[in-house]
Design a protein around this ligand. Structure first.
Ligand SMILES: *[C@@H]1O[C@H](CO)[C@@H](O)[C@H](O)[C@H]1NC(C)=O
Ligand SMILES: *[C@@H]1O[C@H](CO)[C@@H](O)[C@H](O)[C@H]1NC(C)=O
Length: 293
């Protein structure tokens, strides 16, 4: 009797811990983030509900989540630096700490007034990057807030814009392609000077007479797993939405790829003159697109 009681208690405690390690936020910039650099240039407003990042000629700015997450869906509404934003880079990304790091990147490369931003996405797995796919957007990202999401689970990472999938990266560890599943990551947003490379390959420099440059953020939302020490509690985490794409979403993804891709490392035959990376080769790539997501 007594021992049954103890067992139940242990079981209950375990369940509570597991439940608490998965957290859904209606995010608050005050409680969930620390200033990473730029001091007051990162300006949290509305009691934590919104935030702006500024860059002047002395510094950019950025914030980092207090928590490290292992899998989850992260939504952020962003309104990018308006008008002449050439040379500025606004970044929204997940990154682990330490060597051989993992990272999932969304970098918004600014442009001259009226010229299109580029959304540059990338993945680092076990320290290896070089998986860039870049897009033009089908709207002006400086006029309104739009929702940018990273949905990361052990099977795949999906990047979404206004809930439209623009990129799916599958876990192909079974065939030797590195994929982030071990290292917890923090969530970052930053604004910085990338004018050595960002706009037309670095040809257009920042016009500092237009400073400060300001990007706005709101409605941060995380439905994510926070790993317990030495625990595999997150390994079966799923945000609930990332079950893969249905036929309609697959069609959307293909349309986006047909119309809006500026650069795709998987089609860069000059860079990979000796052969495309494994996951890019025709059969594997077709598999990736036609796959039962
Ligand atoms: C900026 O505009 C030019 C001209 O339309 C375009 O070639 C380029 O891709 C745009 N974006 C960036 C980030 O350079
Ligand atoms: C966690 O694992 C590390 C190395 O595997 C070990 O050194 C440490 O003592 C463990 N901590 C706990 C709380 O079990």
């Amino acid at each position: 009797m007594a021992s049954l009681y103890v067992n139940n208690c242990v079981f209950l405690l375990l369940c509570l811990c597991l439940a608490f390690s998965t957290i859904a936020y209606g995010g608050d910039f005050n409680t969930d983030f620390d200033i990473l650099f730029g001091d007051k240039r990162a300006n949290i407003e509305d009691g934590g509900m919104s935030m702006t990042l500024a860059m002047d000629k002395y510094s950019g700015s950025g914030i980092a989540s207090k928590n490290e997450y292992l899998f989850g869906r992260f939504d952020m509404q962003i309104k990018l630096v308006p008008e002449n934003s050439a040379g500025t880079v606004t970044a929204y990304y997940l990154s682990s700490l330490g060597p051989n790091h993992d990272e999932v990147d969304l970098e918004f490369l600014g442009n001259l007034s009226g010229d299109p931003y580029i959304l540059s996405t990338n993945l680092y797995a076990n320290g290896n990057g070089g998986h860039e796919v870049q897009f033009y957007l089908w709207f002006d990202p400086t006029q309104d807030f739009h929702t940018y999401s990273i949905d990361w689970n052990p099977q795949r990472i999906i990047i979404l814009v206004d809930d439209i999938p623009i990129r799916v990266m599958h876990n192909r560890q079974s065939i030797g392609v590195a994929f982030p599943t071990r290292q917890p990551m923090k969530l970052y947003t930053t604004l910085w000077n990338g004018d050595s490379w960002a706009t037309r390959g670095g040809q257009v420099k920042i016009d500092w007479s237009k400073a400060p440059f300001i990007a706005s953020f709101r409605n941060f939302n995380a439905n994510a797993c926070i790993p317990l020490p030495n625990s595999s509690n997150c390994l079966d985490f799923n945000s609930g939405k990332n079950k893969g794409l249905n036929a309609e979403k697959r069609k959307k993804l293909k349309e986006i790829h047909a119309k809006w891709v500026v650069y795709d490392y998987c089609r860069d035959f000059r860079r990979y003159a000796r052969g495309l990376p494994y996951e890019c080769r025709k059969n594997n790539r077709l598999l990736a697109i036609e796959d039962e997501y």
